[in-house]
Design a protein around this ligand. Structure first.
Ligand code: NAD
Length: 502
C-alpha cells in the first residue's frame, strides 16, 4: 500500500484524509481503527487512532495559535468564519454523501437540512460576535464599568455520531467566533466529515493550530483530552454515563463544562388537540431512525383520544419506507453500529418481557437484515419500567394515557431527563399553563424542532449542564471581565452625577 493510499479513503467518490489535523498539518498515528458503514456493515476506512501523544500535540498547537487568533479583530475573525461557511456550502454534496455513508442518516436530510445548518453554525455565530456581542458600559458613582468578553483559551470539543458534523460545528462555530482555538475529538463511529471540515478550514484561511482534529476512541483519545491540564473549556455532547466519567477527569483542572446529553422527552396530546397535527408530530419521532436526543419517545395522550391517536400513528408509521439512506424514498434507515443495534434489540425484548405490547414493529427488519430495526410502537408498558424511563435512542416509541392536565404534567416531568417536551393542544391558555410547568430546556407547542440559533438550547436534570446558542454560547466560551475605570474626567465629560451603590 502506498503512503497516499494509507492516509486516505475514497468514500462515495470523495477523498477523505484519515489522519489527524494538528497545527495545520496532517499527522499520522502508528495504529488505526476500522470505520464501518451502517448501511451494509462494510469497512469504509482505516482511521488513525489518536492517543495521549496526539492529544498533547493538538493542545500545544492550539495553545501556540491562541494569542494571534485572539488578537484578531472580531471582524477579521468573523470574515474568516464566513469564508468557512462559504466553503461548507460549496461542498454540501460531498459532506452529505460522506456523512450518509458513515453514520447511515438520510442523504436527503443531509443535503437539504443538516449541511446547510452546518454552514449556519459558522455564519450565525460570526454575525452574532460582530453585531450583537457587547454590553453597554455601566456606571457606579461616576466610575465606568466596561464589560468585555475575553476568549477563554483552548476549547476541547467531544461529540457523538448521530449528527456528527452538525453537533461538532454547533460548538466549534461559537468557540472560534469568541476567539478561542479548538481541539475536536470526533465520534469513532462516524469520524469522516470532521476531516473534510479540516480541509475546508484550511482553504478558508483559518490559521494553523486554530482548529485541530484528533481522531480516536473515547478511551484512547477522548479521555486524555478531557483530563488535559491546558484546556480552558470542555464542551461535550453525548451520553450521561460518559458525562459522568468526563466530569471526574475534568474536575482536577477546574475546567468549565458544557454538557448536552440524553433525553426521554414527552409528547403530550390533549383532548383539544388537532389530531392530524398530533399524529404528524408523533410519526416525526422516527426521523434519523429515532437516534435524536430531542426525540419525543414517550407519547402521553388523553384517554378520550388514545384509541384513535394510536390507530392513526400505527397506520401512518407503517407507511414509512425503510431502506438504504441514499435512496430519496427512504424514511427510516439503519442503526449506527452493531453494538447499538443489539442495545435496541435488548431494550425492546426486555420491554415485551415486562408486559409491553408492540402494535407495530418490535424487532429487526428481517427483509433488509443488517442493522435495520423496524419502527416500533409499544403500548401497555408497566409504569416505571425500563422502556418508559431509560433513553433508547432508536426507532421506538411508547404510548401511555392520562385523564387530567395535572396527571399529564406529572407524567411528563416524571423523568430524570429534561431536554425537551412537545405538546399538542388547541387551547392557548393551556399551552401557556402547561409549557410553564414542564421541566425541559425546550418546549414546543404544536410544532417540533424549530429553533433560532440565538435562542438558548440545553437540558435540565440529566440532560445537561448549561445552555448554548446566541449570547449563551459566548457566556460559556469567554471569560467575562468587568473593568472599572475611576472617574478621572470621564464622568464629568459624560455629564454623570454618580451612580447607584455598586
Ligand atoms: P457517547 O457518550 O458514547 O460518546 C460521545 C463521545 O464521547 C464520542 O466521541 C466518544 O468517543 C466520546 N467518549 C466516550 N468515552 C469517553 C471518555 N471516557 N472520555 C472522553 N470521551 C469519551 O455517546 P454516543 O453514543 O456517541 O451518542 C449518543 C448520546 O448522545 C445519546 O445519549 C444522545 O441523547 C446524546 N446526544 C445529545 C445531544 C444534545 O444536544 N443534548 C445531541 C446528540 C446526542
Amino acid at each position: 500500500m502506498s503512503a497516499h493510499q494509507a492516509h486516505t479513503a475514497v468514500v462515495e467518490g470523495v477523498e477523505v484524509d484519515t489522519r489527524h489535523w494538528i497545527g495545520g498539518h496532517r499527522v499520522a498515528s502508528t495504529t488505526t481503527f476500522t470505520d464501518v458503514s451502517p448501511i451494509d456493515e462494510q469497512p469504509l476506512a482505516e482511521i488513525h487512532a489518536g492517543t495521549t501523544t496526539e492529544v498533547d500535540a493538538a493542545v500545544a498547537a492550539a495553545r501556540a495559535a491562541f494569542p494571534a487568533w485572539a488578537a484578531l479583530s472580531v471582524k477579521e475573525r468573523s470574515d474568516i468564519l464566513r469564508a468557512v461557511a462559504d466553503g461548507i456550502e460549496a461542498r454540501i454534496e460531498d459532506l452529505a454523501v460522506v456523512e450518509t455513508r458513515d453514520n447511515g442518516s438520510l442523504l436527503r436530510s443531509h443535503r437539504r437540512g443538516v449541511m446547510p445548518r452546518v454552514a449556519m453554525n459558522f455564519r450565525a455565530f460570526a454575525d452574532f460576535a460582530e453585531q450583537q456581542l457587547g454590553h453597554p458600559d455601566l456606571e457606579v458613582r461616576g466610575h465606568r464599568e466596561r464589560i468585555s468578553y475575553d476568549p477563554a483559551g483552548v476549547v476541547a470539543i467531544i461529540t457523538p455520531w448521530n449528527a456528527p458534523l452538525m453537533l461538532a460545528t454547533w460548538r466549534i462555530g461559537p468557540a472560534l467566533a469568541a476567539g478561542n482555538t479548538v481541539v475536536v475529538k470526533p465520534p469513532e463511529w462516524a469520524p469522516l466529515t470532521a476531516s473534510l471540515l479540516a480541509d475546508i478550514m484550511h482553504e478558508a484561511g483559518v490559521p494553523a493550530g486554530v482548529f485541530n482534529v484528533v481522531q480516536g476512541t473515547g478511551v484512547d483519545a477522548g479521555a486524555p483530552l478531557t483530563a488535559h491540564p491546558d484546556i480552558n473549556r470542555l464542551a461535550f455532547t453525548g451520553s450521561v454515563p460518559t458525562a459522568g466519567v468526563i466530569s471526574k477527569a475534568a474536575a482536577a483542572n477546574i475546567v468549565p463544562l458544557s454538557y448536552e446529553l440524553g433525553g426521554k422527552s414527552p409528547l403530550l396530546v390533549f383532548e383539544d388537540a388537532d389530531l392530524d397535527l398530533a399524529v404528524d408530530l408523533a410519526v416525526e419521532q422516527f426521523d434519523n431512525a429515532g437516534q435524536v436526543c430531542l426525540k419525543a419517545a414517550r407519547m402521553l395522550v388523553h384517554s378520550s383520544l388514545a384509541e384513535e391517536f394510536t390507530q392513526r400513528v400505527v397506520a401512518k408509521a407503517s407507511t414509512l419506507v425503510q431502506g438504504d439512506p441514499r435512496d430519496e424514498a427512504t424514511d427510516v434507515s439503519a442503526l449506527v453500529s452493531r453494538r447499538h443495534f443489539e442495545q435496541i434489540c435488548g431494550f425492546v425484548e426486555r420491554a415485551v418481557a415486562d408486559g409491553a405490547r408492540p402494535l407495530l414493529g418490535g424487532g429487526p427488519n428481517d427483509e433488509l437484515g443488517g442493522l435495520y430495526f423496524r419502527p416500533t410502537v409499544l403500548v401497555d408498558a408497566p409504569p416505571g419500567s425500563e422502556i418508559l424511563t431509560e433513553e433508547v435512542f432508536g426507532p421506538v416509541v411508547t404510548i401511555e394515557t392520562f385523564d387530567t392536565e395535572e396527571e399529564a404534567v406529572a407524567k411528563a416531568n416524571d423523568t430524570r431527563f429534561g431536554l425537551a417536551a412537545t405538546l399538542a393542544t388547541g387551547d392557548p391558555a393551556r399551552a401557556e399553563r402547561v409549557s410553564r410547568q414542564l421541566r425541559a430546556g425546550t418546549v414546543w407547542v404544536n410544532c417540533f424542532f424549530v429553533r433560532d440559533l440565538n435562542a438558548p438550547f440545553g437540558g435540565s436534570g440529566r440532560s445537561g449542564i448549561g445552555r448554548e446558542g446566541g449570547i449563551w454560547s459566548f457566556d460559556f466560551y469567554t471569560d467575562i471581565k468587568n473593568s472599572v475605570f475611576a472617574p478621572s474626567g470621564w464622568a464629568e465629560q459624560a455629564g454623570q452625577e454618580g451612580g447607584s451603590d455598586g
